[in-house]
Write a protein that binds this ligand. Structure first.
Ligand SMILES: Nc1ncnc2c1ncn2[C@@H]1O[C@H](COP(=O)(O)OP(=O)(O)OP(=O)(O)O)[C@@H](O)[C@H]1O
Ligand SMILES: [Mg+2]
Length: 328
């Protein structure tokens, strides 16, 4: 197994790189040339990708259903119900000795108006999956759709437009511009896109995050929780197709974290927003409608209607060695 090393910073470490302007600030690892043969990097199995790796165990769905890894084609109806979708997605970073396979044939569909959490051990591919779904990183094989837009194959300009128009981002480090006020930060993606804010919606978002009296403050005059609420408002003000949040409560104390999670939950329940959130925290995951568990770049389990206890139980069960495939 190749060493699991991070050779590039997470996309999104800069101020507002996800929205693609000015210039392209997002470092993207490009994988070029031949895709590796079956067992070239895993050393595990010569079986084709869809028969390889750990068996999938999904807590709430019939097992027969889980064995279907080939994603059906994207029909108009599917495009209407799915906010984002990955089909047979592989992601390989680097080459030769330094090659890392971060995703191994991931199929996942994120329904509109639902809150999905992604969990799994460090290095299991959570951020990579999110970045591939959000058009922040290219896939090595497979396809990604946001709504009915095929992300795979879009030019850099097309990707930047997709992120600007259809996607909202919330990162662990908030990524606010220090020289701008809270209000200016919130309206920045719209300003970049040359769009005027919908005043009623702006007011609703501000009221919901409870920042009405802080709009003129700069980030260094706000607490961590308040800064993250500014970042949430920034992600939601353009009413994106989907909001991707990578450990949004990772830098917050539990009270501020609960405020941010409560706000994300409300935006799904009351306004029909679609949210995908990476988290290590079972309590945070329990705010979601559905939790997807990743291990070694594959989806290995899933929960709907999660509670912290069920999330912890599932995480514990993933620590055990996978049962032989014949038991499924
Ligand atoms: N730009 C990159 N270049 C090379 N390898 C990378 C790159 N980004 C991620 N990886 C590797 O891909 C694998 C998956 O990384 P990823 O960041 O998706 O994990 P994660 O599940 O988000 O982990 P964490 O919980 O620590 O954030 C890791 O082995 C990581 O070292
Ligand atoms: Mg990560």
């Amino acid at each position: 197994m190749p060493a699991r090393v991070r050779v590039a910073p997470d996309p999104g470490v800069g101020a507002f790189p996800a929205y693609g302007s000015p210039g392209r600030l997002t470092p993207r690892a490009e994988v070029r040339g031949r895709f590796p043969a079956d067992d070239e990097y895993t050393g595990r199995s010569r079986a084709p990708p869809w028969q390889r790796g750990r068996p999938v165990h999904v807590a709430d769905r019939p097992r027969e259903e889980l064995m279907t890894t080939a994603a059906p084609p994207l029909t108009r109806q599917r495009a209407e119900t799915s906010a984002a979708r990955a089909s047979g997605v592989w992601k390989v970073y680097g080459s030769g000795e330094a090659q890392v396979v971060a995703l191994r044939g991931v199929d996942v569909e994120l329904e509109r108006g639902r809150f999905t959490a992604i969990m799994g051990p460090s290095g299991s591919g959570k951020s990579t999956l999110m970045h591939c779904l959000a058009g922040l990183d290219s896939v090595s094989r497979g396809q990604v759709f946001v709504g009915d837009t095929g992300v795979t194959g879009l030019s850099d300009a097309g990707l930047a437009r997709l992120r600007r128009e259809k996607i909202g981002f919330i990162f662990q480090q908030f990524n606010l511009l220090p020289t701008l006020t809270a209000q200016e930060n919130i309206l920045l993606p719209l300003a970049i896109a040359g769009r005027k804010p919908d005043q009623d919606w702006f007011k609703t978002v501000i009221d919901t995050v409870g920042l009405g009296d802080r709009l003129g403050h700069r980030p260094n005059q706000l607490s961590g929780g308040q800064q993250q609420r500014v970042a949430c408002a920034r992600a939601l003000v353009s009413r994106p197709e989907v909001v991707f949040a990578d450990e949004p409560t990772g830098n917050l104390d539990s009270r501020s974290g609960a405020e941010v999670l409560g706000f994300l939950r409300r935006s799904v329940t009351e306004y029909g927003q679609t949210i995908v959130m990476v988290t290590h925290d079972a309590v945070a995951a329990s705010y979601a409608d559905r939790v997807i568990f990743l291990a070694d770049g594959q989806i290995v389990a899933e929960l709907t209607g999660p509670t912290p206890e069920r999330v912890l139980d599932t995480l514990k069960s993933l620590d055990r060695p996978a049962p032989p495939e014949t038991e499924l």
